[in-house]
Design a protein around this ligand. Structure first.
Ligand SMILES: [Cu+2]
Length: 108
């Protein structure tokens, strides 16, 4: 998913939720000394003006904790994103096969 702030001031993704997961956490993965590390982002994801921020496996991502009902390939998952300034925006994300992206993120 790509988040783009076309407003005149910076914004921030503060939280996300879905009826299909107990919780959604914001994480960042990075490679440090050859080890993949994942850290939570308690302050959310900053969205500078006029820039795009990409959420993807192996980098910044939203992680669904406690998926509800099983997330079969092809399922559409409604996710409500809560921004500091833009308010709530609901998007639909499609479930893809595990490892279908080059940078697939092991362990979840
Ligand atoms: Cu994660």
């Amino acid at each position: 998913m790509v988040l783009r702030n076309e407003g005149a001031v910076p914004d921030r993704l503060m939280a996300a939720s879905s009826p299909m997961a107990r919780a959604i956490e914001m994480h960042h993965m990075s490679m440090t000394d050859g080890i993949m590390r994942m850290r939570p982002l308690p302050d959310g994801i900053v969205l500078p003006t006029g820039q795009s921020v990409r959420l993807e496996p192996g980098g910044l991502h939203l992680m669904l904790v406690g998926p509800i009902g099983g997330l079969a390939q092809g399922t559409r998952v409604p996710v409500t994103l809560r921004f500091e300034r833009a308010g709530e925006v609901t998007v639909e994300l499609a479930v893809e096969a595990a490892g279908s992206r080059a940078s697939a993120h092991q362990g979840h």
